[in-house]
Design a protein around this ligand. Structure first.
Ligand code: ANZ
Ligand code: ZN
Length: 930
């Protein structure tokens, strides 16, 4: 990006028109007037942005034409940071292109935009710079709207939503109360990150990898505080099972969701404690296992460090100190599941194996998670990787002692590679279960345990309830009141919204500013009218963003979140486009809330409509990241700033200081790597049309895009070539509203060729826009069509010429091709598309936007390749015949290469030196002189 700023020019001219329009075949040479024919991108963009604005004003009321099929195309709404980055430009370019295409297909397109406007950055700006979060956010929104306009998006601003607007969060609060009413909201103690210096709760992202607060630098503690939860686990089964309905979602995303929900079927077993010294013990210890068939292989039990057993009360005194010290050391472990330490210590306690009566030691280790299953596991080293590792690390048992209870079907017990973690057949140490398959044994063992009262079938989920309260200011206040008498009381619906007070002071310390605002906190209890206090927590911003797509359907409704009738018509979102980083949480929460509202009958679905069951998104397109070029010092590995390197012509770079070559790589754009690219600067230099094209052409939407703007000039050149074609046929008296009705048999050979490639391009690009979304290949097809048109003459030897204002004669087939090209490129490059379209229809009385036109129709007849038989002679003697497509008949090279591919060609032609090739009867007879 650093260099090409100067290397490109903004204006492309097409003044040099010579050979293309002088047809050697035409009897009269057409002399064209020298028209101005330059396209000035910046001016064109401005002109069309203004025109579109006018057009959009006409549809203030979000009118929906009932006769049209709707297409709701949505890109994930952004956080209003104040600046679009290339990733945004990429999603919006994809979304806008597909929307514009759908509009031309004749569908009623809904393409709204909004702002995920609550959240921490605004609050930080307030603390650091003294600007109120609302002011900061509004300013950013204004700036970003302008930028979105500059990239030529056709967003429907009448449907705009902003989550921090009381007219929006009133309904977020209402949905919270609905959930509460349905029994899906509750309060419980939960561990939160606590900054002991600033005396405030921190979000996970504010705790760095070393466990320190991002602002104070203090070691963050875990503190138990009462929090609000939404019972998403109640929907775990349907959220998992309905993934099957999402046929148009990437498999990868469905797998991630499925893993996140993590349904695991298994059993629970209860172990009694062994009596010792007459101490009072809890009744027993329950474990969850997904492999009940391995119960005879249990060598020990392990509990999580946070397990209630781990206390002075229960631990034998000769072990207590060691155990508690160990636990203290491993508290607050941040590591992921797999990396958690397998170190463990004996608790000194023992349990009794419910099947064998054996004595089993109980350990404690951080590899057991407190909040999964029962927080306790049965250790089966022979059949579980983690237990195997634990056993060896802590010398729990020697290899000979380890009990092997399952073997592969076709192997003897002594050949088994340990740990053997698959299912198989039970070995002979399993009493009455020996010889059973794992599957049968799981059932039978659980049944026995169940009948004897020490076990049962159990389904376990990884999914946890959704902790939605934040001890923060800039969010939707939780609409609850705490009364000393009535406990927690919902704010009556008619009092919504609970408005965020604006007269607060921001400081880094001492928790949420809401807590300090007594006038706001102190209220009357809605039940007993006694003194009570407002809840001072605000909602997780994921709550705001998990229903905004429903609000877009009816954004200005003042009575309800949205009208049932309208939402039922417009839902589901037909196509949802956004980053794969939202594959889990945002999409899961959105699916949950829209299912909830659907079940509450707040909206319905047309019978048979996909995906069904209140699923909000039909097609999900996850776009890849935009990576920028980084330069690193080869010795220190430090990222280099643009002014520290010299770019070379061959795309390498040298360090200015030492002359060494810099290491070049593509990485996620970031300030610290000096590889960010400002979209506005790119647009300023190259124009928005070319920028959009470039982004779409460089990679298919789902792949990583390695940004460099070297090749952006290629896109500008293409646009100029199209402009030249348009300029060559402008102002025919036909204009562009002609319904084409061609008689293929009346076409000249050249017309047929052009008609063929035009129709095959229509076919390919339609497929791209509608099915594969690989817009890069779509652009490649359009470029190919452009080349074919550039390489032929507008007249195409036509028998039915039409003439232009400047007296050139043009074949209607050629005109149709140019018009189709312009229509097909317009969704990708809207302002140049409009400009070309307007130019083509100069003689039209009433101008209409190219996006009001219908998408070109495929003439299937054109795609049938006609064939002709060609007789092949060698030195005048007939040797064989080949079938050739008629389109190849006027191309000597193609004829030759097709003939040479024939099996008989090897014998007669390929091994001899051809002196001459004579083509007779327009390709129906070919004589090789060898
Ligand atoms: C004995 C056993 C034997 C196990 C065997 C596996 C294989 P999923 O499938 O993910 O649900 N486990 C149970 N609770 C745990 C906890 N709180 N922390 C860590 N691990 C826990 O995993 C279930 C298995 O994970 C359970 O089945 C248990 O180990 C372990 F050959 O029990 B298994
Ligand atoms: Zn009360």
């Amino acid at each position: 990006m650093f260099r090409s700023l100067t290397a490109c020019r903004h204006i492309l001219t097409t003044n040099l028109r010579t050979k293309h329009f002088v047809s050697p075949l035409a009897s009269t040479v057409v002399i064209s007037r020298r028209c101005k024919s330059t396209i000035e991108f910046a001016q064109t963009e401005k002109k069309w942005i203004a025109r579109w604005k006018e057009l959009r004003k006409a549809n203030k009321d979000n009118k929906i034409d009932p006769n049209k099929e709707k297409f709701y195309c949505l890109s994930m709404f952004p956080y209003p940071s104040g600046m679009l980055h290339m990733g945004h430009v990429r999603v919006y370019a994809i979304c806008d292109s597909i929307s514009r295409f759908r509009r031309m297909l004749g569908q009623e397109v809904i393409q709204p935009m909004g702002w995920d406007a609550f959240g921490l950055p605004a609050e930080n700006a307030a603390i650091e710079r003294g600007i109120h979060p609302a002011t900061w956010t509004e300013k950013n929104v204004e700036a970003m709207k302008l930028q979105m306009e500059k990239i030529l998006t056709d967003f429907d601003w009448n449907r705009e939503v902003m989550t921090s607007d009381p007219n929006y969060y009133k309904w977020t609060q209402k949905i919270f109360l609905d959930l509460h009413k349905a029994g899906l909201v509750y309060r419980k103690n939960a561990l939160v990150n606590w900054d002991p210096v600033d005396q405030t709760v921190l979000a996970n992202e504010q705790v760095d990898s070393e466990g320190k607060s991002w602002r104070s630098g203090a070691i963050v503690e875990k503190k138990n505080l009462e929090q609000w939860f939404i019972k998403i686990t109640e929907y775990a089964d349907e959220l998992l099972d309905d993934l099957n309905l999402l046929k148009n979602w990437p498999e990868r995303v469905k797998q991630m969701q499925s893993h996140w929900i993590g349904r695991s079927k298994g059993s629970e077993f209860t172990f009694k404690f062994e009596n010792y010294h007459g101490a009072t013990m809890p009744q027993d210890l329950t474990v969850f296992t997904s492999r009940p068939d391995t119960i005879y292989g249990v060598m020990y039990l392990v509990v999580a460090p946070e397990h209630p057993l781990i206390s002075k009360e229960f631990l034998p005194s000769d072990h207590a100190d060691e155990v508690l010290a160990f636990v203290e050391k491993h508290k607050n472990a941040h590591a992921h599941d797999e990396e958690r330490s397998k170190e463990g210590v004996k608790t000194g306690l023992f349990a009794v194996h419910p099947f064998t009566g054996e004595r089993v030691p109980i350990f404690v280790s951080p590899y057991v998670l407190a909040d999964y299953g029962t927080g306790a596991v049965m250790g089966v080293p022979a059949h579980d990787e983690r237990d195997w590792e634990f056993t060896h690390l802590n010398n729990v048992a020697s290899n000979d002692e380890i009990k092997i209870v399952v073997r592969p079907k076709d192997q003897e017990d002594d050949q088994i590679q340990l740990p053997f973690t698959q299912t198989g057949v039970l070995t002979n140490i399993n009493n009455s279960y020996s010889g059973l398959s794992s599957e049968k044994a799981m059932e039978a063992i659980t049944a026995e345990a169940s009948s004897k009262g020490f076990g049962s079938v159990k389904t376990q989920y990884r999914l946890r309830d959704w902790l939605v309260s934040r001890q923060r200011y800039w969010g939707a206040p939780i609409p609850m009141i705490h009364c000393p008498k009535c406990k927690t009381v919902p704010v009556p619906e008619e009092e919504l919204p609970v408005v965020l007070p604006t007269d607060v002071t921001f400081s880094a310390r001492g928790g949420s500013p809401l807590q300090q605002l007594e006038s706001w906190v102190n209220v009357k209890c809605p039940c007993c009218h006694g003194p009570a206090k407002r809840d001072t927590d605000t909602m997780d911003t994921f709550v705001d963003s998990s229903w905004y797509f429903l609000r877009h359907t009816d954004a200005q409704n003042t009575e309800k979140p949205f009208s049932r009738e309208i939402a039922s018509k417009l839902m589901p979102v037909d196509m949802y486009i956004g980053g794969v980083e939202h594959a889990i949480l945002h999409l899961l929460y959105s699916r949950f809330l829209s299912k909830f509202m659907w079940k509450q009958n707040q909206y319905a679905q047309k019978p048979g409509a996909e995906p069904g069951n209140g699923e909000p998104f039909n097609i999900l397109l996850t776009q890849g990241m935009v990576h920028g070029r980084t330069f690193k010092c080869p010795t220190t590995g430090k990222f280099l700033m643009p002014h520290e390197i010299d770019l070379q012509d061959d795309d390498t770079a040298l360090l200015k200081s030492t002359g060494e070559p810099a290491t070049i790589a593509y990485e996620k754009m970031s300030k610290s790597k000096y590889n960010g690219v400002d979209p506005e600067a790119t647009i300023e230099t190259h124009g928005a049309d070319a920028t959009r094209l470039h982004i779409l052409y460089k990679a298919p939407p789902e792949d990583v895009l390695e940004w460099d703007d070297q090749s952006i000039v290629g896109m500008k050149r293409w646009l100029a070539r199209v402009w030249r074609l348009v300029d060559g046929v402008q102002s025919t008296e036909q204009g562009h509203n002609k319904t084409w009705d061609f008689d293929i048999s009346q076409m000249s050979q050249k017309e047929r060729e052009i008609y063929y490639i035009t129709n095959s391009t229509i076919k390919e690009t339609t497929n791209v826009f509608q099915n594969s979304y690989t817009l890069n290949t779509g652009i490649a097809f359009l470029i190919k069509l452009t080349t074919a048109l550039t390489n032929s003459q507008p007249s195409l030897d036509t028998k039915n010429p039409i003439s232009t204002e400047n007296e050139k004669s043009v074949s209607p087939v050629y005109l149709h091709a140019v018009q189709s090209l312009v229509k097909m490129m317009s969704p990708l490059t809207p302002s140049v598309g409009e400009e070309c379209w307007e130019t083509l229809g100069k003689n039209q009385e009433n101008w209409s936007s190219v996006f009001e036109e219908s998408w070109p129709k495929i003439d299937e007849r054109a795609l049938v390749q006609e064939e002709a038989t060609c007789v092949v002679q060698v030195n005048g003697k007939t040797r064989f015949t080949v079938t050739l497509p008629t389109s190849s008949l006027n191309n000597q090279q193609e004829i030759e290469s097709l003939i040479r591919k024939h099996e008989k060609a090897n014998k007669w032609i390929n091994q001899s030196t051809v002196k001459k090739m004579i083509i007779v009867k327009g390709g129906k007879l070919v004589n090789f002189i060898v």
